[in-house]
Design a protein around this ligand. Structure first.
Ligand code: CU
Ligand code: CU
Length: 339
């Protein structure tokens, strides 16, 4: 379906968007009707006062921002487990259980997700290059699933052929390599559905020679098709729209901040990360010596990389998809930089 026809469909379906004030945090401060109307260029916006729950201008940062949950709800997804120094022959064990779960992605908006361990994205898996990685998948969901890891491993550990039926399990085991930032996702068919329903997560392989100490963050960019029309209606990092606008991420000036950034958005070919007020170094796939110095990176579906930044200034700095449509539908947050 072309982008154009998708927009038309969305426009036609807009009245269906009887959603509360979510995803309409337009940068002009005007709340839009319908989280959903991607065609705001040609359709008048409903004044904020007509939107239930909206009084005046929508908040852009802080407690009034329409995001779900408490400040530390997503800590396990934002802060990865610590890197371990290289240790010969070490075994790293993880257990993932596929479960169907309705998750609230924005206030009043529930998505019938398929998850690993109950969250979208799934847990961060981390190993050091050379570790033996053992990941047990138990399928407690209603459909057959697998885990397909990016990286180097034997064909029978690739998560394509050994489909795990409901109630079954399978244990993946392989050496973690190469060092970099990778990802994992279900590879059962239809693939598009199994991914967009939420079965994916971040997979860090630390180099044997450790990276410099840093405040480390994981950001998995995604989208949700809440009306099953083959297009996303909400966008997030780490699963909830506007979460880091409501709860800015606290860092210190000059502190090295490392962000593991991955794109698991379905339907839209490209997503992006743009930072205000500063520049960062970006290493595609978290491998090699190929660092770029920029304030904006784009990633195709399945691409990922490592960002390193030391903020030059204190204050509040926005980060968001440079596709403003995505930003207005939830993919927007702030860093709070203190001295
Ligand atoms: Cu699946
Ligand atoms: Cu993949």
């Amino acid at each position: 379906m072309s982008k154009l026809s998708r927009r038309k469909l969305l426009a036609a379906a807009a009245p269906l968007a009887a959603v509360p004030l979510v995803g309409k945090l337009a940068f002009d401060g005007q709340a839009e009707a319908g989280g959903h109307d991607h065609s705001s260029h040609s359709h008048p916006r409903t004044p904020a006062s007509h939107v239930p729950g909206a009084e005046g201008h929508a908040a852009m940062i802080g407690a009034e921002v329409p995001a779900v949950g408490e400040e530390h709800d997503l800590d396990a997804l934002l802060y990865p487990p610590p890197a371990l120094p290289y240790g010969r022959g070490r075994l790293r064990n993880y257990e993932l259980t596929a479960v169907d779960k309705d998750i609230e992605i924005a206030p009043g908006i529930t998505f019938p997700a398929w998850t690993y361990n109950g969250t979208v994205p799934g847990p961060v898996i981390r190993a050091t290059e050379g570790d033996r990685l053992r990941v047990k998948l138990a399928n407690g969901g209603s459909h057959p699933h697998t885990i397909h890891f990016h990286g180097i491993h034997p064909a029978n550990m690739d998560g394509v052929f050994e489909v795990v039926e409901t109630g079954g399990s399978f244990t993946y085991e392989f050496e973690a390599r190469p060092a970099g930032f990778h990802l994992y996702h279900c590879h059962a068919t239809p693939l598009k559905k199994h991914i967009h329903k939420g079965l994916y997560g971040a997979f860090i392989i630390d180099p044997k020679e450790p990276r410099p100490p840093a405040k480390e963050l994981v950001m998995v960019m995604n989208g949700y098709d809440t009306d099953a029309d083959g297009g996303n209606n909400f966008y997030t990092v780490n699963g909830r729209s506007f979460f880091y606008a409501k709860y800015p991420i606290k860092v210190r000036r000059s502190q090295l901040v490392r962000i593991y950034l991955a794109n698991l958005t379905e339907f839209d070919l490209v997503n992006s990360f743009h930072l205000h007020g500063d520049f960062f170094r970006y290493q595609p796939t978290g491998t090699g010596d190929n660092w770029e110095y920029t304030d904006t990176v784009m990633q195709c579906q399945g691409q990922r990389g490592v960002i390193e930044i030391q903020f030059a200034n204190t204050g509040r700095f926005m980060f968001h998809a440079h596709q403003s449509e995505f930003a207005e539908l939830g993919w927007m947050g702030f860093f709070e930089v203190d001295e």
